[in-house]
Write a protein that binds this ligand. Structure first.
Ligand code: PLP
Length: 406
């Protein structure tokens, strides 16, 4: 069979099968968006061999898509350039698609998971709700307390799960130590590195087995595409690919294109955002209306020393949590007083976003539970964008001054 239809065909046959141009001569500098959901073969044998995996090639979009693969390939290069043995990656329709598919590929009924108690809300409910219904038991621990982690890990532990930088306190996980504890028990260390991005930290270089991202955040970087990705050793990623195909959680080609384009400016954006975040944190730490500022650039922060060991020079993440004196109302008033920063969910984009933590991302938690997690009732989380640092500092100072005024 060929892709050209003979001239005697009826008009509908002719219209439906207009010839496709051959691949352009020349090397485009950007990736094409491959929207075709299916691929034609010259023979039944070729179709059978491709579907069966005997011959390399694309067959059906849910199985593999070249644009999604291009994005995954690029992330593997960013996360794994210095990892011996090679790094592969798989792309997903969202960060949660990447996390849920990865965990389902790694655990079975009766398996045990040890997870940080300060992880993304939907990861928490996935482990504590949906996966528990399927017989997966998760113990949540203070991930900064290595003795507690050691005490929670058991011979049947399949996965130790944490985040490089925790939301909203920016607590840093000791990845080499956690990898040691996990591997001693025969478990895998799986790390959600969304808040760091590979421009700040590459967990695979520090003993982590699999690194995950919500690509919706820093990788895409412009708040206009939803996706996720996991990277690690080829044999682990191949297991996750099989689960992705069964679950249908892969990344769509248009989103893949935007996310791939975002990667090109990732270090430019993130270096700038991190520098501004450090400036913002130190400028606000001394304001009389402020009780506390959380950012690893500050010497008082839990992750100050660890970040110097694990993160790229001068980059400490670009989320800063500012906690004014007072209760929930003070936090909401602080956020409402901002003019440059926008009140919005998400992070990692070019716009600076702010959100009152206790009434939004952590709304299920009481003041006592928040306090136990190191979060004040008035805490406001900032995702620092690419605006001029002086404007962001002036905006936050003005909102704080308004708060203090009678
Ligand atoms: C946003 C986020 C997720 C979920 O990603 P989606 O793309 O929204 O599915 C997971 N982990 C962290 C740390 C996140 O910030």
């Amino acid at each position: 069979m060929s892709d050209s239809i003979d001239e005697g065909a009826g008009e509908n046959t002719y219209a439906a099968r207009l010839p496709l141009p051959s691949a352009p001569v020349g090397r485009p500098v950007r990736i094409p968006v491959h929207r075709s959901t299916t691929y034609a073969f010259a023979t039944s044998q070729e179709y059978a061999d491709t579907l069966g995996g005997a011959t390399e090639g694309y067959s059906y979009a849910r199985v593999d898509n070249p644009t999604a693969d291009a994005f995954a390939h690029a992330v593997a290069a960013l996360e794994g350039a210095r990892v011996p043995g090679g790094t592969r990656a798989q792309a997903f329709g969202s960060g949660m698609a990447a996390i849920s598919t990865t965990l389902m590929a790694l655990v079975e009924a009766g398996a045990h998971v040890v997870a940080s108690h300060s992880i993304y809300g939907n990861t928490y409910s996935l482990l504590d709700g949906l996966l528990r219904r399927f017989g997966v038991r998760t113990d949540f621990v203070d991930i900064t307390d290595l003795d507690a982690v050691r005490g929670a890990v058991r011979p049947d532990t399949a996965v130790v799960f944490t985040e490089t930088l925790a939301n909203p306190t920016m607590v840093v996980s000791d990845l080499p130590a956690l990898a040691g504890i996990a591997h001693e028990a025969g478990a895998l260390l799986v790390v959600d590195s969304t808040f760091a991005s590979p421009a700040v930290c590459r967990p695979l270089e520090h003993g982590t087995d699999l690194v995950l991202h919500s690509a919706t955040k820093y990788l895409g970087g412009h708040s206009d595409a939803t996706g996720g990705v996991v990277a690690g050793r080829p044999e682990l990623v191949e297991r996750i690919r099989a689960a992705r195909i069964d679950l249908g959680t892969g990344l769509a080609p248009d989103e893949a294109y935007l996310l791939h384009r975002g990667l090109e400016t990732l270090p430019l954006r993130v270096a700038r955002q991190c520098a501004t975040a450090a400036e913002f944190a130190s400028a606000l730490a001394g304001h009389p209306a402020v009780a506390r500022v959380d950012h690893p650039s500050l010497p008082s922060h839990q992750g100050h020393r660890l970040a110097a060991e694990l993160f790229d020079a001068g980059r400490r993440g670009a989320v800063v949590t500012v906690t004014p004196h007072g209760g929930r109302a003070a936090g909401m008033a602080f956020a409402d007083g901002l003019r440059t920063a926008e009140i919005a969910a998400s992070l990692g984009g070019t716009h600076t976003l702010a959100g009152h933590v206790a009434s939004t991302t952590h709304r299920q938690m009481s003041d006592d539970a928040l306090r136990a997690a190191g979060i004040g009732p008035a805490a406001v989380r900032f995702s620092i964008g690419v605006e001029d640092p002086a404007d962001l500092v002036a905006d936050a100072r003005a909102a704080l001054d308004r708060l203090a005024a009678p």
